[in-house]
Design a protein around this ligand. Structure first.
Ligand SMILES: NC(=O)c1ccc[n+]([C@@H]2O[C@H](COP(=O)([O-])OP(=O)(O)OC[C@H]3O[C@@H](n4cnc5c(N)ncnc54)[C@H](OP(=O)(O)O)[C@@H]3O)[C@@H](O)[C@H]2O)c1
Length: 300
């Protein structure tokens, strides 16, 4: 099969489309014929070697963790899914014609494979960090990096839970943030004053999704370091804030997203699609860390 791999750590140019043996579903796994693969920040961070101490890899290795496609092999012990089902979920080496998934959910028929491929990591992350930071209906949450993949998921799940959100984005993405039910503001200097004016009653919790040095401002706004959580700035604990990195109940999060999608309350737009041969361009664009919604590799 065709797959995108890298044989050395480095820039996007180390990615190659190669012919490799097809993987086979082990216990607890399913194999899908990949229709589309989601592009996430972790993809280029792993490829660049930034994660090599935390996630040692044997090279050459495939890239990508999210995908949507058609089930064509079922591993031992797997129940509730059949060959031929359309699913979306998390696995490994997903920029390929076939990939193994560890967590999945049935794809709603009206949800395109391209859009579904963009959901797994953002949706799992959004559910996890909203639960971990501890914010409830009727409270106000500040989100830094509100327009991207994870931000889009956080804003919509928070809205469903009755949480008011103030979300930061660049000027061109303010109306997108407002369309997801949040109050947009810019991330230029003066954030504390702008947010205080927008939420005079105070901020109950804050999520740093973009990881751009906003933790001290978030602590000033919540008044309590523990009510601030980052997924991209691992220096946060030095200031008493939380970090979150370990996936938790991915299948449960996908189920929630599928249910919300079915009611019209959830969608993450696909900003741009790429072919397998364009994986380097997709990861290079992802690494700029700007823009709304998701980048997706269209496989078939
Ligand atoms: N720890 C975990 O479990 C975990 C899980 C998932 C993702 N992540 C990490 O979380 C980060 C975000 O992921 P993502 O998929 O949402 O990325 P993304 O889709 O690329 O979105 C990044 C967002 O950051 C915003 N941004 C850029 N510069 C900013 C700044 N100075 N201040 C505030 N916002 C800024 C951008 O907004 P504009 O376009 O409006 O500029 C963009 O919407 C990545 O680093 C990713 O690797 C961590």
């Amino acid at each position: 099969m065709k797959a995108v791999q890298f044989a050395e750590y480095g820039g996007p140019e180390v990615l190659r489309v190669v012919d490799v043996d097809e993987p086979h579903a082990g216990a607890g796994q399913i194999r899908i014929a990949v229709r589309a693969a989601g592009v996430n920040g972790i993809d280029w961070k792993v490829r660049a070697g930034h994660m090599r101490d935390m996630m040692p890899l044997t090279l050459p290795v495939g890239t990508g963790y999210d995908a949507a496609g058609i089930v064509d092999e079922i591993g031992e012990g797997v129940r509730g899914v059949a060959v031929g089902d359309a699913v979306f979920g998390n696995g490994s080496a997903t920029y390929a014609e076939y990939a193994l998934l560890e967590s999945w959910h049935l794809k709603p028929a009206e949800l395109s494979f391209e859009e579904a491929a963009g959901y797994p990591i953002p949706v799992e992350t959004a559910v996890r960090i909203l639960n971990q930071v501890g914010v409830n209906a009727g409270q106000t949450l500040l989100v830094s990096g509100a327009a991207g993949g994870v931000g889009s998921a956080v804003l919509q799940i928070a809205r469903h839970r009755g949480i008011a959100v103030i979300g930061t984005a660049s000027e061109q993405n303010q109306s997108y943030v407002a369309s997801l039910g949040a109050t947009p503001t810019s991330y230029s200097p003066g954030l504390v004053e702008r947010v205080r004016a927008l939420a005079p009653e105070g901020i109950d919790a804050a999520l740093d999704i973009a990881g751009m040095g906003v933790i001290p401002d978030m602590i000033a706004l919540t008044g309590e370091p523990k009510k601030v959580l980052s997924i991209a700035d691992f220096s946060a604990p030095k200031l008493g804030a939380q970090v979150s990195a370990e996936p938790l109940n991915a299948a449960g999060a996908l189920k929630q997203a599928a249910e919300l999608f079915a009611t019209g309350a959830f969608s993450i737009p696909v900003r741009k699609t790429f072919l397998l041969a364009e994986a380097a361009a997709a990861q290079a664009l992802s690494a700029t860390s700007h823009g709304i919604g998701k980048l997706v590799i269209k496989v078939s």
